[in-house]
Design a protein around this ligand. Structure first.
Ligand code: PLP
Length: 375
């Protein structure tokens, strides 16, 4: 039954709704008093404590030291801040636009048909570039936002270290879905985004895991040890810290229900619409993401029809204006003819978040599959 007052939200990779416990903590703090963490008085001290507790919660979630975390406004800002410190950046072809555009790179690691990066080609680029250049950064994402495919990040690190290069990983889509452990993976830099784990948007972090000397982009009052001036977004930082603490308490394996529902939907879609292609099906993928395309269905039409039928999903390739552009990810995977046809269905990152969304049921997923087959 279609209820025009609501829509089944299957776009958790775009943003995770602010978790109610986090909303409450933020509201309580907003009501508590005026806080600028730079003030030396009682209120300022309280603000500083809030920031340091959040820093600690995030550091614990990813196994790094508190002082390695620099709060920014977003993963995008973190990436721009980091990249402004390097002359040459080698990136993969499926990176988020925040990486592709801000790196201005023409040193691109290709991917295969499943969207996994080509490590042999990375080695060719490393050999070529390290012969003639210094100050090289390798940037490969942990989890792709469109396909959900997990990249071999440990291998990227090993290979890059062999050639003396530093490595950055965009972990915006990995945090909360798989274990991000900087004691196991020897990354130099990591970027995170609060709104992908149930904190508000407008808060992110750059993790400077080895405490390298970096130049800031924003200059001014010296906040974040001079790395990011400007009065801190303390409500956002509080929310990010609370979300990190919640995700740490949730077991790594507590996404079996999410996986079951994603696979259920995938199977149903294949059954009612056998021509549909599921991307990244044969490789390691996060459990919540399903990227599909049909040769006969343009993405904008599918998005509109699904929206009319009360499903909020995403085109694999939407740009910020809301218009559908071609997916650079599918093009990089060799699916040029489907690059305007993809639809991304993304469930909550884990079972606990799923439990708070009572609209995602197998019955509703049956209706979605039927709707897809009727477009
Ligand atoms: N990197 C990836 C993989 C993303 O999915 C996103 C957001 O969609 C970003 C970076 C940018 O994050 P933010 O919204 O915090 O700038």
């Amino acid at each position: 039954m279609i209820n025009s007052n609501t829509s089944t939200y299957l776009d958790y990779n775009a943003t995770v709704p602010i978790l109610s416990k986090i909303k409450k903590s933020m509201l309580d703090f907003m009501e508590w008093g005026p806080v600028n963490a730079s003030s030396v008085h009682f209120y300022g001290r309280k603000g500083k404590n809030v920031i340091e507790r959040a820093r600690e919660n995030i550091a614990k979630l990813i196994n790094t030291k508190n002082e390695n975390i620099i709060f920014t406004s977003s993963a995008t800002e973190s990436i721009n801040l980091l990249f402004s410190n390097f002359d040459t950046i080698i990136v993969s072809s499926i990176e988020h636009l925040a990486v592709l555009i801000s790196s201005k790179s023409d040193q691109i690691i290709p991917v295969d048909k499943d969207g996994v990066i080509d490590l042999d080609y990375l080695e060719i680029l490393l050999k070529k570039n390290t012969k003639i250049k210094k100050n090289i950064l390798i940037s490969v994402m942990w989890v792709n936002n469109e396909t959900g495919v997990i990249q071999p990040i440990e291998d990227v690190v090993k290979l890059s270290k062999k050639y003396g290069c530093l490595v950055h990983c965009d972990a915006a889509q990995a945090l909360g879905k798989i274990k991000v452990d900087l004691e196991k993976v020897d990354l130099d830099f990591l970027t995170l985004s609060g709104h992908k784990i149930g904190a508000p948007s407008g808060i992110g972090a750059l993790v400077n895991n080895k405490n390298f000397n970096l130049n800031p982009q924003l200059l001014g009052g010296g906040q974040e040890k001079g790395m990011r001036a400007g009065t801190e977004n303390i409500i956002g930082i509080l929310g990010f810290g609370e979300a990190a603490a919640m995700f740490r308490a949730m077991s790594e394996h507590s996404n079996e229900k999410v996986k079951f529902l994603r696979n259920y939907l995938s199977d149903k879609i294949k059954l009612v619409s056998p021509q549909t292609i599921v991307f990244g099906n044969d490789v390691e993928r996060v459990n919540n993401t399903l990227l599909i395309a049909s040769p006969d269905i343009p993405g904008d039409l599918a998005l509109m029809k699904l929206d009319i039928n009360s499903f909020s999903v995403s085109s694999g390739s939407a740009c910020s204006s809301g218009k559908i552009s071609q997916s650079h990810v599918l093009k990089a995977m060799g699916y040029d003819s489907l690059a305007s046809n993809s639809i991304r269905l993304s469930l909550p990152p884990n079972d606990i978040i799923l439990a708070s969304d009572n609209l995602i049921t197998t019955k509703e997923l049956d209706r979605l599959a039927q709707c897809w087959s009727n477009i």
